[in-house]
Design a protein around this ligand. Structure first.
Ligand SMILES: [Zn+2]
Length: 326
C-alpha cells in the first residue's frame, strides 16, 4: 500500500488543512450536520479523506470517531456497504442518477445513515445534475451527500446553493509539513531513512509538491526508498524530450517521461515544462505542427482528473502526435 493510502488522515484532528479541520470541528460540535456538502478544491488536498472522516462522524457506533467499530473500520477500508463512493466521471449520465434516486429511498443496511460520496461532481451531465438536485432538495433523513469537485464553477448554481460548501485550497508550507511529520512519526519504525531526513530535504519536498498533500507524500515515499533521489529532482531535461518529440521517436519520448517521474518530477511540472518550451517555439516559428502538439497536450489535461494513472493522458497524447502523418 502506498504511503498516501496507508497514512490517510483517519480523524478530524489528523486533517492537515487547518480551515477544513476547523469547519468540520465546528459543524460536528453544533450537533447539526447538514445533509448535503460540497467539498471544492484542487486535487491532492484531502477531499476524499475528509469525506470518509465525515462519514465516520455520522456512522460511528460510539458517536465519536473510534476507528475500532465495524463502521469505522469498513469506512477506512472503503468497503462500507452504506457509504457509497461514486465517481461522476464514469457514472455521469441520467440513468446513473436515476439508479441512485431509486436506491436512496431504501433504508441503510447496517449503519445509521447512507452516505453518498460523489467525486468529480462537475462531470455529471446537466440532465443528471438536475435529477440529483431533486434529491438534494429533500433528502430522506437517513441520507447524506458529499459532493467533491476540483471545478466548482462547472456545477449548476442550484446544486451549489443546496449544499454546504467546504473550501479546500492548496496546502500551505506549514500544513504540508504537518502532514509529512505525521507520516514520518509513524513510518520511522519501518524505514530508517525517513527518521534521518534533514530539514532542508523536507523543505525541498514541500516546495516540489506545490500545495498538494498527495504529491508531497509521494515524494516522501520515494525518499524512503532512496534518500538520494532528491539530488536528481528537477534534472528533467525538457530539451532532450522536445528533440525526441520532433524526431517523432515515441518510444524515446515515453521512456524520458517515465524516467522523469521516477526521479520525482510531478506530472504537472513535466507538462508545464513541455508547454513552456512549445510556447517559446510557437512564438519563434508559428509552426502549425507545434500548434497541433499543444492542442493534443491541452486536450489530454481534461483526463488528468479522472485517470488512475496520472501520466497516461500525456503519454497517449504525445504518442498520438508522434504517429500523425506529416
Ligand atoms: Zn467507530
Amino acid at each position: 500500500m502506498t504511503f498516501y493510502l496507508k497514512y490517510r488522515p483517519q480523524t478530524i484532528e489528523e486533517l492537515d488543512m487547518q480551515s477544513v479541520r476547523e469547519s468540520l470541528t465546528s459543524i460536528v460540535k453544533s450537533g447539526n450536520i447538514p445533509h448535503a456538502f460540497l467539498f471544492a478544491g484542487p486535487k491532492g488536498t484531502g477531499k476524499t479523506s475528509a469525506a470518509r472522516i465525515l462519514a465516520k462522524v455520522i456512522n460511528c457506533e460510539s458517536k465519536k470517531i473510534c476507528n475500532k467499530c465495524e463502521q469505522c473500520i469498513s469506512i477506512t477500508k472503503g468497503s462500507n456497504i452504506d457509504v457509497i463512493e461514486m465517481d461522476a466521471a464514469s457514472n455521469r449520465g441520467i440513468d446513473d442518477i436515476r439508479v441512485l434516486r431509486d436506491t436512496i429511498r431504501l433504508a441503510p443496511v447496517k449503519a445509521k445513515a447512507k452516505i453518498y460520496i460523489i467525486d468529480e461532481a462537475h462531470m455529471l451531465t446537466t440532465e443528471a445534475s438536475n435529477a440529483l438536485l431533486k434529491t438534494l432538495e429533500e433528502p430522506p433523513d437517513h441520507v447524506y451527500f458529499i459532493l467533491a469537485t476540483t471545478n466548482p464553477e462547472k456545477l449548476i448554481d442550484t446544486i451549489k446553493s443546496r449544499t454546504t460548501l467546504i473550501q479546500f485550497t492548496k496546502a500551505t508550507t506549514e500544513e504540508t509539513k504537518r502532514s509529512l511529520k505525521r507520516i514520518i512519526k509513524k513510518e520511522k519504525f519501518i524505514t530508517k531513512s525517513v527518521m534521518l531526513i534533514k530539514n532542508e530535504e523536507l523543505d525541498q519536498i514541500i516546495k516540489l509538491s506545490e500545495g498538494s498533500f498527495r504529491d508531497a507524500v509521494k515524494l516522501l515515499e520515494l525518499y524512503a526508498k532512496d534518500s538520494g533521489f532528491l539530488k536528481n529532482v528537477g534534472s528533467f531535461n525538457v530539451d532532450e524530450l522536445i528533440k525526441s518529440l520532433f524526431e517523432k521517436n515515441s518510444k524515446d519520448v515515453i521512456s524520458k517521461i517515465e524516467d522523469a517521474i521516477k526521479e520525482g518530477n510531478g506530472i504537472d511540472r513535466i507538462t508545464k515544462d513541455i508547454l513552456e518550451k512549445l510556447q517559446q517555439k510557437l512564438l519563434q516559428t508559428e509552426d502549425s505542427k507545434v500548434i497541433t502538439l499543444i492542442e493534443y497536450i491541452l486536450g489530454a489535461q481534461e483526463f488528468n482528473k479522472v485517470t488512475p494513472i496520472e501520466e497516461l493522458p500525456l503519454e497517449v497524447a504525445l504518442t498520438k502526435w508522434c504517429k500523425l502523418e506529416e
